[in-house]
Design a protein around this ligand. Structure first.
Ligand SMILES: Nc1ncnc2c1ncn2[C@@H]1O[C@H](COP(=O)(O)OP(=O)(O)O)[C@@H](O)[C@H]1O
Ligand SMILES: CC(C)(COP(=O)(O)O)[C@@H](O)C(=O)NCCC(=O)O
Length: 306
């Protein structure tokens, strides 16, 4: 890591010892529910990595609300509940959405009285039709492929406890689903996951990260992320075999070798380029860097000191 001056670098073996005595252990039933959510999740990761992280988030949540209350007292106004926003950044296919879904489930289990919601910024990509009109279909995921104004308005509304609707992107359809929205209404915690959440778009007055109360960057070596990208591509092909409406159907019916050549090329010319130019430079802005190694195992965490 280039600049570690302002991060504590913590090996998994040490991290797993933090606060274990204070952590609410999940019941057998809760663990089974979790496993059903994503059978790829390692229960060891939940215990060693995610439960201490949930505890850290609990501390941040408490501070967040206390600060809001104090400020309201200073202003002589009624204190409001302000949603806590957690950003999750990282490369395409590094495992952001898996981490986000797991955290949503864990936070909901550990804080049953809190409303936890999740959105992905993929929903704010321009639809393919507009990307084609702008001639930027091969730039999907790059800063200019997102409707940043709408995304920032959305987050601003959530912070102000106004009902907000996030458009929905489907990997299967490879496009925005017209007319489909995720309704977000006064959550206690909103998780916002996406490759661009820590980016600083040049033409905006405010940044998405201005609204975040905590941010996580999921990190791994390029070669591993490429492997995970290709594995996910193959899973998408397998699932599209009998579904002609699926974007990947045509590739599933053709030669697997040719499809993989195409996917490798997409990785190299689009997603890897995007990682190097626009995503990786945001890593040093995260409050916590989760570093993954083979088989998605988290081996190290970097926690921002100040
Ligand atoms: N902790 C994990 N254990 C096993 N597989 C995982 C894990 N996290 C992600 N994956 C797999 O890696 C691929 C990319 O993960 P995904 O969450 O879709 O990434 P992203 O949202 O960053 O694009 C998927 O095939 C997913 O199933
Ligand atoms: C929609 C995405 C920009 C976002 O990726 P995610 O983080 O959800 O994996 C990406 O999956 C994508 O479609 N990239 C364009 C090139 C491609 O992989 O087809």
């Amino acid at each position: 890591m280039d600049n570690q001056l302002n991060y504590y670098r913590i090996a998994r073996e040490e991290w797993r010892t933090f606060y274990q005595d204070h952590i609410v252990k999940l019941t057998e039933e809760e663990l089974v529910n979790l496993k059903a959510l994503n059978d790829q999740i390692s229960m060891q990761d939940v215990q060693d990595v995610y439960m201490p992280l949930v505890h850290l988030l609990r501390l941040r949540l408490d501070t967040h609300q206390a600060e809001q209350d104090k400020q309201a007292e200073f202003l002589g106004i009624q204190a409001q509940k302000v949603p806590f926003i957690l950003g999750i950044a990282g490369s395409v296919a590094v495992g952001k959405s898996t981490t986000a879904r797991l955290l949503k489930t864990l936070l909901s289990e550990v804080f049953p009285d809190k409303k936890v919601q999740l959105i992905t910024t993929d929903g704010f990509l321009y639809p393919n039709e507009i990307l084609q009109q702008k001639n930027i279909m091969n730039r999907k995921g790059f800063p200019e492929s997102y409707d940043m104004k709408t995304l920032l308005n959305f987050i601003n509304d959530v912070k102000n406890n106004l009902p907000a609707k996030a458009p929905v992107y489907s990997h299967k359809v490879y496009d925005i689903i017209a007319g489909k929205f995720e309704e977000i209404k006064q959550p206690d915690i909103l998780i916002v996951e996406g490759i661009n959440v820590l980016q600083l778009p040049s033409n905006q007055q405010i940044y998405m990260s201005d609204f975040f109360d905590f941010s996580i960057y999921v990190d791994a070596k390029e070669q591993l992320i490429e492997k995970w990208y290709l594995e996910r591509f193959e899973t998408l092909l397998d699932h599209s075999m009998h579904d002609p409406d699926n974007y990947f159907h045509k590739y599933a019916l053709g030669s697997r070798k040719d499809a993989l050549v195409m996917a490798k090329n997409t990785w190299k010319t689009i997603n890897l380029k995007n990682l190097r130019e626009f995503i990786l430079p945001t890593r040093s802005r995260a409050d916590l860097i989760l570093h993954k190694t083979n088989n998605h195992r988290i081996d190290e965490l970097l926690l921002r000191k100040y």
